[in-house]
Design a protein around this ligand. Structure first.
Ligand code: MEV
Length: 336
């Protein structure tokens, strides 16, 4: 362990700040929970940021104004995702649990802010975890490899999501397009030719835990039907991967549409998502689908770059609260 890896009392530490991007699932959500592959990309236009500073007061104080949370670490339940992520960093480094208020020694303040809408399929929970992990590791002076950071965030994802596949923490940690299969080593995706996505937000908060839980109940009731849907989605993902790697963007649109049809069969779409998907198609998108857990949150449209503004405007007119235009294949890494 490097010499500065202990939180030595009264040692002034410089503040550290780290950010993590949002993400979208291009293909394969839900089926990925059942071992099928999925494709996801980071969305750098939105991000979560964590800043760790020394505090004259001992203990760890958490400030997350976006969710109106201002609390001592130990005043939060231990399974609170923010408390869990902080504790996980200390145990990963074999450091003693951070002292509570009233103890001696240097304290920390962790400030978390985010431009990623919550419960919208853009990975807000995983991004906050990863920003906190990176900022704390930098503060303590003990970097960990991306695989470890992703694994720590995955443990916290279980608190957010119940039975997550791990795709959110993976794509956000590595901040690169990924081809992901649960419990398998990460495969980053080569993007043969860039393509443009418009993301439309229904502004309906929809916790992933609920839609994933509902799909599980439906799968338990009708395993054969659902296994067939998951297989069909897995096949779409593999075709999409080949098209993306070969730069065959024109092959992707119909695959996006087919994936949405299968997600509707799984009951995870909603009238609002379907409306935005239809709007995008009518405005000239090459394909459109919901993205993430569904029921609310975001949809995505695959568009020609010259049509992006027009399709974004059509989505806003049709009820989208906000849109993001993002180009896949030109994504840069955020964290230093
Ligand atoms: C959430 O971004 C994607 C889901 O497939 C859940 C998961 O993979 O954990 C719906």
């Amino acid at each position: 362990m490097p010499p500065n890896s202990q939180l030595a009392p009264h040692t002034p530490h410089p503040a550290t700040r780290c950010s993590a991007p949002g993400k979208i699932i291009l293909f394969g959500e839900h089926a990925v929970v059942y071992g099928r592959p999925a494709l996801a990309v980071p969305v750098t236009q939105v991000q979560a940021t964590a800043t760790v500073t020394a505090s004259p007061r001992p203990g760890i104080f958490i400030e997350a104004p976006d969710i109106s949370l201002f609390s001592d670490l130990y005043s939060l339940p231990s399974d609170h995702p923010l408390a869990a992520v902080i504790q996980s960093v200390f145990s990963a480094l074999n450091l003693p649990s951070p002292p509570g208020r009233g103890a001696g020694g240097e304290g920390l303040a962790i400030h978390i802010s985010s431009t990623i809408p919550v419960a919208s399929g853009l990975g807000s929970g995983a991004a906050a975890s990863i920003a906190i992990i990176r900022a704390l590791l930098a503060y303590i002076g003990h970097p960990l490899p991306d695989e470890r950071i992703s694994a720590l965030a995955y443990e916290v994802e279980k608190l957010h999501h119940g039975t997550p596949s791990g795709i959110d923490n993976t794509v956000i940690t590595f901040a690169k397009p990924v081809y992901f299969i649960k419990s398998q080593p990460i495969e980053t995706l080569h993007v043969g030719a860039p393509f443009t996505i418009v993301i439309g937000d229904t502004d309906i908060a929809s916790p992933t835990k609920e839609s994933v839980g509902d799909v599980r109940k439906l799968w338990q009731a009708e395993p054969e039907r659902f296994e067939k849907i998951f297989d069909a989605i897995g096949a779409i993902v593999n075709r999409a991967r080949r098209a993306i790697e070969n730069g065959e963007v024109s092959a992707l649109g119909p695959l996006v549409d087919e994936n949405h049809t299968l997600l509707r069969e799984m009951t995870v779409s909603s009238p609002e998502l379907d409306r935005l998907v239809e709007t995008a198609r009518r405005a000239g998108a090459d394909g459109a689908k919901l993205s993430g857990g569904g029921r609310g949150g975001n949809m995505i449209a695959l568009v020609k770059p010259e049509n992006a503004e027009k399709i974004s405007a059509a989505l806003l007119k049709s009820g989208a609260q906000r849109t993001i235009i993002t180009s896949v294949g030109t994504v840069e890494r955020l964290n230093g």
